[in-house]
Structure formats: structure tokens, C-alpha cells
Design a protein around this ligand. Structure first.
Ligand SMILES: Nc1nc2c(c(=O)[nH]1)N[C@H]1C(S)=C(S)[C@@H](COP(=O)(O)O)O[C@H]1N2
Ligand SMILES: [Mo]
Length: 315
């Protein structure tokens, strides 16, 4: 993954020029989205492009009191290697990415395999807002108001069999729309995985919206994962397939950079990256660095998943 660039330090000015573009895109997407299906998403047709999203979320801070990161940063500073490795370039390259029609396949070791259209997924599972911290392995972080539903609801409905031990997630493969997929450095499609008990933890969220609106392509629309106690690369975007399996999946990053992080990638200030410390992080929009919290501040909910495990060896 990228080392920390100058743009990690002063990102704000970079987003200003993009503001108009972001407004227009949001309005466009809002107009074509089945909002009726999203219980908690307030319909707001951004009249004349006058409003950006922040007013539409229920909260202004996370449970620790940390303020939301700006809408412009959340939608203008992205990691999405299918498009580009340049964070400020993703939004523009992704603007015409087709998020409909979209079908999610749930299969593997389940009693009830399914193929579900995204509209049906939105109807089946009520959407809720969750404000999560997002900590990238590169050393920056954000506070993001996601909209979505607990992954465990979908998994329970698919009925994993007794053999199922892991969940494997796969992103869409669409090189005609995703120029980064021509890069020979990575094994496409993007793949991630969780242990089944991690996936069943209530914090694991399938995300369909950001900032009270349908998610924009750069954030992984129409369906991405948010696992906030793990480094950001585990939160896979543009998911088309979820499979229950009995062996530990190999993620794109495990294959590309086996010396960096392994399968778990839990946020851990005590385990440095081979090239930098993880003890502190830069919250986008803030000037000084803050301390990184074990499990990104979610230890109470998830530390028990790793009882008896050596977290220095399993990083
Ligand atoms: N399919 C896919 N998912 C992905 C990535 C990617 O390149 N491709 N990047 C990951 C990384 S490194 C991070 S930090 C987050 C960024 O999410 P955001 O742009 O919505 O903040 O997405 C993760 N999910
Ligand atoms: Mo990341």
C-alpha cells in the first residue's frame, strides 16, 4: 500500500475544488435510487445542488465524541485500487461506474444459497445509520456515518452449515469500467475474508449509504463492508459474492504484500507496519496526530473474539 503522502497532511484544500462535482453527483444518484426502501434515509432531493449531506445524518459525532469527517473528505479521498492508487482521483474515475443492476450472490457452505438484487436486499433488511471510525493501515483515519445493516442478518438467513468456518468476500470484476484492474501488480478481483464469528459480530456492517444518502461509487456502492475494528483494507467495496468456506481465504493484500499484514489485520497500536509505527494516526481534517486505540476503540465489543490468541503473531 502507499506510504503516507503530502496529501495526508493537508487534504482539505484538495476537496474544495471537488465540492461542486460531489454535489452534482449526489443529486443525480439520489434521483435514481429506491429511497423508499431505506427506512432511515431521509429523502432530500438536494434542490439546486444547494445542500451537501451533513444535515441529513442523525448524528454529528461518534460515541467517543469525535466529530464526523467532512462529506467532501469522505467522498473525495478514497482508497479504491480498481480505479487508481491516487486517493484524490478515485471519485472522478468512478463517477460513471454502473451500480445498477447489481446482484449479490451468497453461497458456499450454506443451506440456503441466494442471488439477491440490490433493491431486494434494501427491502429485506431495514437500513440503520452507524457512525464508525475508519482507520487505514497507512496511518490516517476518518469518522464516517454509514447506512447499512448487520452482516449477521444476511448470514443467518443463508444458514451456514456446520462446516462453514470463514466468510469470503469478492468485489466486482469489471476491467472495462475499472482501469486499475489492468494493473499486473494485484490479483483481481479484490478479495477479503473474516472468520465466521467475526462476521457474526454485530459491528460488521454491510454498507449501502454514506452521510444519509445512497453510497457513491467511490465509497464502494452499491454494497461494501465496514469492519471498524480492522484496518480499512478489510472493508471491501463493491461486493458481488459472499461465500461461506471451511479454509481461511487469501485476500488480495495477503497475496500482494505477505510481509505486511495477514488475515486478521486488527487495528493494533503495538504492532508496527514493517515501514512505520501504528501507534498514532492522522484524523483527516485535524492538524496533530492522535493515539491509535486498540481495535480502533471497539475493544469492548470485539476483544473477546481473540481470547487466547497472540495478537502480535496474528496481525
Ligand atoms: N474493492 C476494494 N475495496 C477496498 C479497497 C480497494 O482498493 N478495493 N481499498 C480498501 C482500503 S485500503 C480502504 S482504507 C477503504 C477506503 O474506503 P473509503 O474510500 O470509503 O474511505 O476501502 C477498502 N476497500
Ligand atoms: Mo486503507
Amino acid at each position: 500500500m502507499d506510504t503516507i503522502s503530502a496529501s495526508d497532511i493537508t487534504p482539505e484544500h484538495l476537496f474544495r475544488s471537488r465540492r461542486e462535482f460531489v454535489r452534482n453527483t449526489s443529486a443525480l444518484i439520489l434521483g435514481s435510487f429506491a429511497l423508499a426502501a431505506c427506512g432511515s434515509i431521509a429523502s432530500q432531493p438536494a434542490a439546486g445542488g444547494a445542500t451537501v449531506a451533513p444535515g441529513q445524518t442523525k448524528g454529528t459525532a461518534d460515541e467517543l465524541g469525535d466529530a464526523l469527517t467532512s462529506f467532501d473528505a469522505v467522498t473525495g479521498y478514497n482508497n479504491y485500487y480498481e480505479f487508481t492508487t491516487t486517493k484524490e482521483g478515485v471519485a472522478e474515475l468512478a463517477q460513471n461506474f454502473k451500480t445498477t443492476p447489481w446482484t449479490l450472490e451468497v453461497g458456499g457452505m450454506v443451506n440456503k444459497p441466494q442471488k439477491i438484487a440490490i433493491e431486494d436486499l434494501l427491502k429485506r433488511y431495514p437500513q440503520e445509520e452507524r457512525i464508525y471510525r475508519h482507520r487505514c493501515v497507512e496511518g490516517w483515519s476518518m469518522v464516517i456515518p454509514w447506512t447499512g445493516f448487520a452482516l449477521n442478518k444476511l448470514l443467518k438467513d443463508a444458514e451456514p452449515t456446520a462446516q462453514a468456518k470463514y466468510v469470503r468476500f469478492e468485489s466486482v470484476m469489471r476491467p472495462s469500467e475499472m482501469p486499475g484492474q489492468s494493473s499486473p501488480w494485484y490479483t483481481w478481483p479484490y478479495v477479503e475474508g473474516l472468520r465466521l464469528d467475526e462476521a457474526m459480530n454485530d459491528l460488521a456492517l454491510l454498507v449501502t449509504g454514506v452521510y444519509g444518502k445512497p453510497a457513491l461509487p467511490q465509497n464502494g456502492a452499491p454494497l461494501r463492508l465496514a469492519v471498524p475494528w480492522k484496518y480499512g483494507f478489510k472493508s471491501i467495496k463493491a461486493i458481488v459474492k459472499i461465500e461461506l468456506v471451511d479454509t481461511q481465504p487469501t485476500s488480495l493484500w495477503m497475496a500482494a504484500a505477505p510481509n505486511e499484514y495477514g488475515f486478521y489485520a486488527n487495528v493494533n497500536p503495538d504492532v508496527p507496519h514493517p515501514r512505520w509505527s501504528q501507534a498514532t494516526e492522522r484524523r483527516i481534517g485535524e492538524l496533530s496526530r492522535r493515539k491509535t486505540l486498540p481495535f480502533n476503540g471497539y475493544a469492548e465489543q470485539v476483544a473477546k473474539l481473540y481470547d487466547g490468541m497472540d495478537l502480535r503473531a496474528n496481525y
